[in-house]
Design a binder for this molecule. Structure first.
Ligand code: NAD
Ligand code: WQD
Length: 352
């Protein structure tokens, strides 16, 4: 397989995955509406590769387009045929991802995530491209205990965003089961992606306000915010704060390449796979490690629990390890170091 379409490739996880794809010699086509990103991330990807002695300029075709418009997607498939770089697989990152925004504006989430994916699948079918790796989320799980979550756990999202992800999984599963199907589909359920490429050239730069823990920690550390509000000190966990499975974005990116390699070698199928480390970190542990590794202070205060939160969300990643031969290589210290390096080098994100 030589040519891959990456939807949402300018975003946080997409840009790190584009870097790996280009490093491994793939031709990539990227479609992004830049609703939550900037084309500068792709320029930085090319810069990292240049420093590695790889000139990937001609290997990447970036289009400002929206998957809500089927013609934007078709345009790229046509281009790939014209260039004799026929798209053989899709890594589908494009989507809106804020849980809180999805509660305020569910229609936009259904339209962007679900309608966008239906458009994509229709065009893929038309061009007989039936290999797809989809960005799902641990949000599809209902979590009631501190046990590791495996792929068979009950899927019952508690917010519209999670429902869009579960619905897309069902659509993809139906596609695979359809009569003449030879779709190969991997739905990767990410846990909590954080960190940045170790170069400090690319990282997370959301355009709106990011409510997740990591951007909050760095905002406090850099002095843009006086303290971190910790949501709950009375969870049934080792220190009373919430436990999550934080996964380095480069480990996640590697998981996509492993999934692609797995799919093309195997028979048509739909498979959902967790991508997490299998290790939990409390909010207090996260702060302490961040302070120690980066020699900065992160003042905090305890607040009420955040509505809809769970005590503990940790992946059972045994399926990814056994099927994909994928093993996360980076730990929470690397996450803190690399994420901070990106922040310090790019205080204004890609606006620098
Ligand atoms: P991101 O917002 O940085 O990247 C998504 C990209 O998709 C952005 O570049 C955005 O501009 C683009 N996009 C959105 N709608 C589009 C559309 N209609 N047409 C074209 N481009 C569009 O987010 P991310 O963190 O890189 O997440 C990538 C995917 O992984 C998303 O689908 C997200 O739901 C999923 N996911 C993310 C997390 C997380 O915490 N980051 C966790 C689980 C799953
Ligand atoms: C982590 C922990 C908070 C902020 C969300 C989505 C999920 C996925 C990843 C997309 C929790 C605590 C947080 C703060 C805090 N995204 N916290 N103070 O909620 O596990 O997952 O992002 O798919 O779908 O739901 O991530 O980073 O918001 O929270 O104390 O200011 O940090 O209570 O314990 P979450 P998070």
């Amino acid at each position: 397989m030589k040519s891959v379409l990456v939807t949402g490739g300018a975003g946080f996880i997409g840009s790190h995955t584009c870097l790996l794809l280009l490093e491994q010699g793939y031709n990539i086509f990227v479609i992004d509406s830049f609703i939550n990103s900037s084309s500068r991330s792709i320029k930085k990807v090319l810069l990292i590769l240049k420093e590695m002695g790889i000139d990937a300029q001609r290997k990447i075709h970036l289009t400002n387009g929206d998957i809500k418009n089927p013609s934007d997607i078709e345009h790229i498939f046509k281009m790939s045929y014209k260039l004799d770089k026929k798209i053989e697989a899709v890594i589908h990152f494009a989507g809106l991802k804020s849980v809180s925004d999805s509660i305020i504006d569910p229609i936009s989430y259904w339209e962007n995530n679900v309608v966008g994916t239906i458009n994509l699948c229709k065009v893929m079918e038309k061009y007989n491209c039936k290999n797809i790796v989809f960005s799902s989320s641990a949000t599809v799980y209902k979590t009631e205990s501190n046990k590791l979550l495996n792929e068979e756990n009950i899927c019952e999202p508690v917010n519209p965003y999670g429902y869009t992800k579960l619905t897309i999984e069902r659509i993809l599963k139906n596609l695979h089961s359809s009569k003449s199907s030879n779709w190969r589909i991997a739905s990767l359920r990410y846990f909590n992606p954080v960190g940045a490429h170790h170069s400090g050239f690319i990282g997370e730069d959301p355009l709106g306000k990011a409510n997740n823990i990591y951007p909050q920690i760095t905002r406090v550390a850099i002095g843009k915010q006086s303290r971190l509000k910790i949501f709950g000190s009375d969870w049934p966990t080792s220190d009373g704060t919430g436990v999550r499975d934080y996964i380095h974005v480069m480990d996640l990116a590697e998981g996509h390449l492993s999934a692609l390699n797995y799919l093309i070698k195997k028979k048509p199928q739909f498979i959902a796979i967790n991508l997490g480390t299998g290790k939990g970190t409390t909010v207090l542990e996260f702060i302490k490690i961040f302070e120690k590794v980066n020699k900065v202070k992160v003042p905090f205060s305890f607040e009420d629990r955040r509505p809809g939160d769970n005590a503990s969300v940790i992946a059972d990643n045994s399926l990814a390890k056994s099927l994909l031969n994928w093993h996360p290589k980076r730990n929470i210290e690397d996450i803190c170091k690399d994420g901070w390096n990106w922040q310090v080098n790019n205080p204004k994100g890609y606006l620098n």
